[in-house]
Structure formats: C-alpha cells, structure tokens
Design a protein around this ligand. Structure first.
Ligand code: DX5
Ligand code: ZN
Length: 223
C-alpha cells in the first residue's frame, strides 16, 4: 500500500513559451511526476495540446509523465500518447462507453492505467474495473481550467474510494484547487498524489511551493 505522498505539478499553469525549461525547473524543484492536461474543446470547454507536445518535452526530465486525457473519444488517441512517452495514462469514466476496453488497451501498451471521475460522478462506476487500474484521479474542480476553487464535496468520495481500494496497489490522486490550504484535508481523506498547477507555477520558488504541499505527508502527520 503506497503511503508516501507524490506531488505532480500540472504544466497547464506553466509558461507555454518556455515549456521545456519549466519541466526541467519542476523536476529540479522536487516534483515526483509531471502532470499533463490534454483537453479537446469537446469533452471539456478548453483546448491544450496533443501528443507532439508530450514528445517534445519528453527528453527534458526522467520523471514519470502523468497524462490526464480530457478528450472524447479517447480510445483512438491512447496509442499516440503512449508512443509520445506517457508513463501513466488516465481516461475519464464519463468519456469511455467501454471503460474496461480502454483500460485493457492502456495496460497492453505497458503503461499504468488511470480513471478520472468528474465531481458529479459517483465512485461506484469503477467498482468492476478496480483490478485493472493503477490510479484513480478524483477531480476536485470541474475539469477545463486551472485556478478554480476546490470542491469540498469530493472529500467524502475520497474516503469512500480509499475504503474501496482496500489495500490494492492503486494510487489516489486529486486534481484541482490543491493548495497548502486544501492539501491537509485531501491527504487526511486518503489522497496520495497531489496535482497542483497554480499553487506551484504561480509561486516564485517552485521548490518551496512543492515543500508546502507536502506538509501533511503521511510521515509528517501528528496523530
Ligand atoms: C483541470 C486540470 C488540472 C489543473 C489544476 O481541468 O485537470 O490539472 O491544471 O490546476 P490548479 O491546480 O490551478 O487548480
Ligand atoms: Zn489534470
């Protein structure tokens, strides 16, 4: 059971004109994974980048690429994102009519498979695929934009998911509105991977910002 806390800076909040340098900077600052938000203007109301950009920055760090696909359909793009250098590929349950098949495809490519749930989606939709996933990504904002306010309604979902995981080697990731003010609540509720965009790239000192998010790492919690 993972009990270490991983920090995954979301490059959505980075300076896109200097994307490669920004990836190197968060690597040096202590990031565990690099979170890549892929949006299609259809499943979510915003557009970001495709596999070519993932490939272009792949050489700038050895840290795992945590690829969050907010696109529909997603199946035709899983192979291109895998080949571009993603290590984890997360699909949205709401965008996958055949979620079981999408997850099989990701794992067949030798990648770790994740499922993301929008705020209004109940945790029960992944009950029958639990043994096929390596990561659950709980959206703590409605996906599409950085800098939104954290939704406390998701804390109960995190607690329920933590119980459903029941010791399986599955990471529980949160994404949206994660700051030094909200990280304590999500870590207490069971999250063990924190995605943060504005809280890291909006800070003057990335290393200090990452340290601030680890304040309630499991071995730092006073019980
Ligand atoms: C939102 C994205 C997030 C976003 C988080 O749709 O999935 O990864 O970058 O940004 P912050 O940390 O600024 O809320
Ligand atoms: Zn994301």
């Amino acid at each position: 059971m993972p009990n270490d806390l991983l920090i995954a800076p979301s490059i959505l909040a980075a300076d896109f004109a200097r994307l490669g340098d920004e990836v190197e900077a968060v690597d040096r600052a202590g990031a565990d994974w690099v979170h890549l938000d892929v949006m299609d203007g259809h499943f979510v109301p915003n557009i970001t980048f495709g596999p070519q950009v993932v490939r272009a920055i792949r050489g700038r760090t050895a840290k795992p690429f945590d690829c969050h696909l907010m696109i529909e359909p997603v199946d035709p793009f899983i192979v291109p994102f895998a080949e571009a250098g993603s290590d984890l590929i997360t699909v949205h349950a709401e965008a996958c009519p055949h979620l079981d098949r999408s997850l099989q495809l990701i794992r067949s490519l030798g990648k770790r498979a994740g499922v993301s749930l929008n705020p209004a989606t109940p945790e029960t939709v992944i009950e029958y695929v639990l043994d096929q996933i390596d990561l659950i990504l709980v959206m703590t904002v409605n996906p599409g934009f950085g800098g939104q306010a954290f939704l406390p309604s998701q804390l109960e979902k995190l607690r329920r998911l933590k119980a459903m995981i029941a010791g399986r080697p599955i990471r529980l990731e949160v994404d949206g509105g994660i700051t030094p003010e909200t990280e304590g609540a999500v870590v207490s509720a069971g999250a063990d991977v924190l995605v943060a965009g504005s809280a890291i790239f909006g800070a003057a000192d990335y290393a200090e910002a990452i340290r601030a998010l680890r304040r309630h790492a499991p071995d730092a919690i006073d019980v």
